[in-house]
Design a protein around this ligand. Structure first.
Ligand SMILES: [Zn+2]
Length: 346
């Protein structure tokens, strides 16, 4: 069943929820119309950052779906190698290198500290004294507020956008303290930027975290029902959408969590299918990538490359840069160097 949120339904939703949430959603909506993409000269560099949750570079073995050539046929061919331990490539337009995600802190790397590190350039695990999973509650917010990539890009007189599609239910759940903010949500909020909602999705200007829009962003069953099914798009269409957005903003960020879920599920077929979807998506992103945009792909920690454990791994993660600024990323050694390098080339 397709569910379009009509204005009547929106009115109902708004009366059913606290004024503060209504205000937040209104300001986000109106904010979008004010947030015009920059009218830039194409001599400026843009960055398209694609974050893939839980993708490490592992060994060739029966627990690593990425050791199967059919898991990422396009990317393997494009890079001339699979995404495995020691993967490396440097050409005029492509950098591929393994970078450290453990950040010098004991224990398995986790999402909130890893993502905060990627988006701030600050070692969030050292800052906390531990790796923090899940959400950016507590003191991580200080780092995001002070060093967030989006705010820093805006301070350089450039623009930034989060390409992920959000639902009103997500913000209601946060207001009701049933959910907590993700790192990228705080990154966007701290920069005062609007969120892309159903309207933007229907305009072809947003992408759900699963690339195709088959699963709503809220993961519990009730939210699934409330959100209803959306018209899914193909990975190729999603890739073209993202490449088009990246033409218009200094920094465009898209986050995909499929790979981390597949790793935790320890399901070989799910893992291969998810990497194939990501592969088709990336093929389309690269095919449509504007000449002045550099695509940067990275992850927060390993997971899917070792299905023998449902936990994260200590493996290095890939840093892939494709485009005119690719070589600028060749000196990166760990997650702290990504945000500063992006800001340096903007
Ligand atoms: Zn995880």
């Amino acid at each position: 069943m397709t569910q379009h949120v009509t204005s009547q339904q929106t009115a109902h939703l708004q009366t059913a929820h606290p004024a503060s949430v209504q205000q937040e959603i209104r300001s986000q909506r109106s904010g979008l119309s004010h947030s015009r993409p920059e009218n830039q000269s194409h001599s400026q560099s843009n960055i398209l950052l694609v974050f893939l949750d839980g993708v490490g570079l592992g060994e060739v073995n029966q627990s690593n779906p990425l050791s199967q050539p059919q898991a990422m046929p396009f990317l393997s061919d494009y890079l001339g190698q699979r995404l495995l331990k020691g993967a490396a490539l440097t050409t005029a337009n492509v950098t591929l290198k393994p970078i450290d995600a453990t950040l010098g802190v004991e224990g398995l790397p986790q999402s909130a500290s890893g993502q905060t590190t990627i988006y701030t350039g600050q070692n969030a695990a050292k800052f906390l004294g531990r790796h923090q999973s899940g959400f950016a509650n507590g003191s991580l917010r200080q780092l995001i507020d002070q060093y967030g990539l989006f705010s820093k890009a805006i301070a350089l007189n450039r623009t930034a956008t989060l390409a992920n599609a959000y639902s009103p239910e997500y913000f209601y759940a946060i207001a009701a303290r049933k959910r907590r903010y993700s790192v990228c949500t705080l990154l966007n909020l701290s920069a005062g930027l609007p969120f892309r909602m159903q309207y933007e999705y229907e305009q072809g200007e947003a992408i759900f975290w699963d690339i195709v829009g088959a699963v709503p962003p809220a993961r519990n069953a009730r939210s699934l029902k409330q959100n209803g099914a959306r018209a899914p798009i193909t990975p190729a269409v999603a890739g073209e959408r993202l490449a088009r957005l990246s033409d218009r903003y200094g920094v465009t960020l898209f986050e995909c969590y499929l790979s981390d879920y597949a790793g935790h599920a320890q399901d070989w077929n799910q893992a291969v299918a998810c990497m194939q979807r990501i592969d088709r998506f990336l093929e389309s992103v690269i095919a449509h990538l504007p000449a002045h945009v550099t695509l940067v792909i990275t992850s927060d920690h390993g997971n899917i490359e070792d299905l023998s454990t449902k936990r994260h791994t200590l493996n290095k993660v890939p840093l892939i840069a494709i485009g005119p600024q690719a070589q600028s990323f060749s000196k990166s050694k760990d997650l702290t160097s990504i945000a500063p390098q992006i800001l340096a080339v903007l």
